[in-house]
Design a protein around this ligand. Structure first.
Ligand SMILES: [Zn+2]
Length: 245
């Protein structure tokens, strides 16, 4: 179940968080996740004892980086040309920043493998989550024990797509057409549902996937939205995170 802590202003999955794992999806009030000071302020307030913060460049790829635990002078490291991060090391904070695209958090607790990804429409077509699941398995994770939380993204109420993109998705994911598209004068796509169905396809158990009920575009109070606010002064991005202790 996705839960919200009103005093702390982040959402988290009860499938994932426990005494050994801390993860979440920030609400807008915590500030623009693109700014390093937003991240530092939040993790200091939460008393998170981390060695490093790792941030992927996010280029709408399906590239995933395996993050080692390094003790060097840099507290924050940006990894170029990737949209997903994975580690089995403790106290490494993995981050993605989104506003409409989906953030997805993964954990396999027995082997202690955690991961995060940025799934926009391009990353979804390129199947970034599949790359994450495969890399987790290569680190010893058992697919049947992987738990996943799909974070806040733009809903099918607001995610209007043009014909080109519709046909692109229809060609790639034809078996899901009846579930992922809505026609209301134009085509609308349910990106979160598609990602959920793909995770099931790749062997993640239904009861191990938490699904987010809100739309970033509709819920202006709690979320930034690229489509709603791009170019406006109030535009920002939420941050999503996972760390194991
Ligand atoms: Zn909406």
């Amino acid at each position: 179940m996705i839960k919200f802590l009103p005093e702390e202003n982040y959402f988290f999955s009860s499938l994932i968080n426990d005494e050994n794992y801390f993860s979440g999806f920030s609400a807008k009030i915590l500030g623009d996740g693109r700014k390093i000071e937003t991240l530092i302020r939040f993790f200091s307030q939460e008393n998170i004892n981390f060695l490093k913060i790792i941030i992927p460049e996010q280029i709408h790829s399906a590239n995933v980086a395996l993050v080692p635990q390094q003790k060097d002078d840099y507290q924050i490291e940006k990894i170029e040309e990737v949209d997903g991060l994975i580690t089995n090391k403790a106290r490494v904070l993995l981050i993605v920043r989104t506003a409409d695209c989906l953030p997805i958090i993964y954990v396999e607790k027995e082997k202690g493998v955690v991961a995060i990804s940025h799934n926009g429409w391009r990353g979804t077509i390129k199947k970034i989550s599949k790359n994450i699941v495969e890399k987790m398995i290569s680190l010893g994770a058992d697919k049947k024990k992987i738990k996943v939380a799909i974070g806040p993204g733009i809903g099918s109420c607001c995610y209007k797509i043009d014909e080109d993109r519709y046909f692109q998705f229809k060609t790639e994911f034809d078996g899901y057409s009846e579930k992922i598209f809505v026609y209301r004068g134009s085509w609308y796509l349910n990106l979160a549902l598609l990602n959920y169905l793909l995770l099931l396809d790749w062997g993640i158990k239904k009861e191990n996937i938490d699904f987010f009920p809100f739309c970033t575009f509709c819920d202006k109070k709690r979320f930034f939205s690229f489509r709603r606010d791009k170019g406006k002064k109030e535009y920002g991005e939420m941050f999503s995170f996972i760390i194991k202790y």
